[in-house]
Ligand binder design. Structure first.
Ligand SMILES: [Zn+2]
Length: 49
């Protein structure tokens, strides 16, 4: 069921867990950290709420 984990939250209007980088495009996913998401390519960081 882990495969569906990235999508099940979409129904609640919340962002996907495997979020792509807004700067690098949909092909680059943000790395998931405990309290933030970070792009290893451009350095973009988004803190979790
Ligand atoms: Zn990026």
């Amino acid at each position: 069921m882990a495969i569906h984990k990235s999508y099940e939250i979409l129904d609640n209007g919340i962002k996907r867990l495997n979020q792509s980088c807004p700067k690098c495009g949909p092909a680059v996913f943000l790395g998931t950290h405990r309290d933030r998401l970070a792009c290893g390519k451009c350095g973009y960081t988004e803190f979790k709420k």
